[in-house]
Design a protein around this ligand. Structure first.
Ligand code: NAP
Length: 258
């Protein structure tokens, strides 16, 4: 029986990962801040016959993050699948915005992903078996603020990691979804009421496409046909054109001018 550790499974994409991994028969370690929601999900998923361990932690807190790292390093309770999913966004301009919020974003989106991967990968390599799934974003292709810069780090980091792991049976893959129906925008205080219906993905689609792309040997998964086309365009257009397009798109959808 293999065990998967999922960060941020209390809602949205992480919850969909946890449900899919449980359905596939993986035992789970669930990591997030909201202990009540973790326990509720644990109770529900234990009912499908897998063992679920709840590990409450704020990944922005170095001491709590270290506790999760120790769990990943524990040779007696190996983790076979790591899903670095926990994340959030901040609805503020960088210039004049609260520096502490920018720092928290980097702590969770970058530092935690790096440290958890660093803790998990050696054991996986030793066993020559494992999977690291990083939840990046379509934003990693489109420059705006610390969020997209952090996600660009996740995308590039995963690609580099996959190269480093080539020839082994340890795989790394990142998903780069566009807008997904979760609590993400509400938590960030972003009004998405102006967004067209076609921009939305659902959480199961993100997870299903990641596993399909993994089976096809891909390192990046961009769910949804339209987003695939836009990602292809973002890679061939001049960077300045991409930057102007992103500014236009965000202004149209969120009304936020950057
Ligand atoms: N929704 C989108 O449109 C979209 C698009 C592209 C990428 N993404 C990425 O997808 C990932 C999941 O987001 P989501 O859309 O599913 O949002 P969500 O519904 O708000 O879920 C975010 C999850 O992250 C956890 N989390 C947040 N801060 C944390 C912290 N400091 N320590 C531990 N856990 C923390 C939350 O749990 P607790 O509150 O219980 O701690 C929650 O389980 C994020 O990395 C996000 O950047 C989202």
């Amino acid at each position: 029986m293999s065990t998967a550790l999922v960060t941020g499974p209390t809602s949205g994409i992480g919850e969909a990962f946890a449900r899919r991994l449980a359905a596939d028969g993986h035992d789970l370690v669930l990591v997030a801040r909201d202990e009540g929601r973790l326990e509720a999900l644990s109770g529900e998923l234990s009912g499908v016959g897998v063992r679920v361990e709840v590990l409450p932690a704020d990944l922005a807190d170095a001491r709590q993050l270290a506790h999760v790292e120790s769990r990943l390093r524990d040779p007696d309770r190996p983790i076979d699948v790591l899903v670095n999913n926990a994340g959030f966004s901040i609805n503020q301009r960088f210039v004049g915005g609260q520096l502490e919020r920018e720092q928290l974003l980097l702590d969770v989106l970058v530092t935690a992903v790096m440290r958890l991967t660093h803790a998990a990968a050696p054991g996986m390599l030793q066993r020559n078996s494992g999977l690291i799934c990083n939840v990046s974003s379509f934003a990693s292709f489109m420059p705006f603020g610390t969020y997209s810069a952090a996600k660009a780090w996740v995308t590039f980091f995963t690609q580099g990691l996959a190269s480093e792991l080539a020839g082994t049976r340890v795989k790394a893959i990142a998903t780069c979804p566009g807008f997904v129906h979760t609590e993400f925008h509400q938590r960030a205080g972003v009004d998405m009421s102006g967004a067209s219906s076609w921009v939305w993905l659902n959480t199961d689609q993100v997870v299903e496409e990641l596993f399909a792309d993994l089976a096809n040997g891909k390192v990046l998964s961009v769910p949804g046909r339209r987003y695939k086309s836009m990602a292809a365009a973002a890679h061939v257009l001049p960077r300045d054109a991409v930057r102007r397009l992103e500014r236009f798109r965000r202004t149209r959808i969120t009304g936020v001018r950057r």
